[in-house]
Design a protein around this ligand. Structure first.
Ligand code: MN
Ligand code: MN
Length: 333
């Protein structure tokens, strides 16, 4: 007889997957990401999804500290098979929800230290981390941990309306507008293989772009999307990163506010969620060593628009990771 208190899960190829939504309705039970098992429920982990509820580094609207819980809650509808990528992301690799890292909400440098330590500890258990922010400050300690695990700098593909390579803001060196300058200065980023995608909106001056190029980034501007489309963006990315290990950082404000109103620093004229998902799907086969999806601020969201977009972004990234994880869906079924 089945235990009525046990949550039946989709299990395939020895991997423990999502709570079975044909038995337990999607709206029931705790919201781990995509209703996946917790870190302590399985062993041999390929991908750990972890939250970092931190937003002390923001320069405009606060609230991304509530991002991890909101994205998890908005991820209940994700299903086991991704037809666009023809992959079962949670069967081709073992994916878990590692909960949230506890970080100091008042002391940015203490929080950075804690994220670094937490990510390093998780990377001893899991092959790859996919982090839900939190504001973009957390990309710096995440890159520290990933570069250590990789034994050297990684190519960064950064999706954002903003460069996030500024020097300081109000004298502060560690904010959500500076992580990629610090990471480049610290030697965490492969300066020959990194790029921004979706940059748009007003800058302080043209010098911002010159400084940014000096830090090792090339740019696919948001204004180029209509001309080259998602396929052209994928070609530019693949050409730039080659076979380097790649870290993907997605600031949800790369999407137009129509597709992601729930964020702290919105700019008009952004990508559609369809374009972003297509680009992420096009990264399959690259050596994706980690990712983050940041800047979801649910207080400005409506009807989970931003949360659902972020959930699908994570799903597409994990699907692209699965393409090199070993068991492709064609053999899993
Ligand atoms: Mn941004
Ligand atoms: Mn950002």
């Amino acid at each position: 007889m089945t235990d009525p208190l046990r949550q039946p899960r989709v299990e395939s190829h020895g991997r423990v997957g999502q709570v079975d939504a044909t038995v337990v309705p999607r709206f029931a039970g705790p919201a781990t990401f995509a209703r996946l098992p917790r870190l302590d429920e399985v062993s041999d982990i390929d991908v750990a999804v972890v939250g970092v509820p931190f937003d002390a580094g923001v320069t405009y609207r606060p609230g991304a500290r509530f991002g991890p819980a909101h994205v998890r809650e908005s991820s209940r509808l994700l299903r086991p098979y991704n037809p666009a990528a023809d992959v079962e992301p949670f069967a081709a690799q073992q994916v878990v929800d590692a909960g949230d890292l506890a970080v100091n909400p008042f002391d940015i440098e203490a929080a950075i230290t804690a994220v670094h330590a937490g990510a390093r500890a998780l990377l001893e258990r899991a092959g790859r981390l996919v982090t839900i922010g939190g504001d973009h400050t957390i990309a710096l300690p995440l890159l520290r941990a990933v570069a250590e695990a990789q034994g050297g700098p990684v190519a960064v593909v950064h999706f954002d309306a903003h460069l996030d390579t500024w020097e300081t803001y109000f004298g502060a060196a560690y904010t959500h507008g500076t992580p990629f300058r610090r990471a480049s200065e610290e030697g965490l980023i492969d300066r020959s293989g990194s790029m921004h995608v979706g940059i748009r909106g007003p800058l302080y001056s043209s010098g911002d772009l010159r400084d940014d190029a000096g830090l090792g980034f090339r740019i696919v501007h948001g204004t180029e999307m209509d001309d080259i489309g998602p396929r052209g963006v994928v070609e530019r990315i693949r050409e730039r990163v080659g076979d380097r290990p790649v870290y993907v950082s997605v600031d949800i404000d790369v999407l137009d506010p129509a597709f992601a109103p729930g964020t702290g620093t919105p700019e008009a004229g952004g990508l559609t969620s369809r374009e972003l998902l297509a680009i992420l799907r096009g990264l399959a086969g690259l050596d994706l060593v980690g990712a983050d999806v940041v800047e979801v601020a649910p207080a400005y969201d409506h009807a989970e628009i931003t949360g659902v977009a972020a959930g699908h972004v994570i799903y597409e990234i994990i699907s692209s990771m699965a393409s090199v994880a070993g068991v492709a869906s064609k053999t899993a079924r």
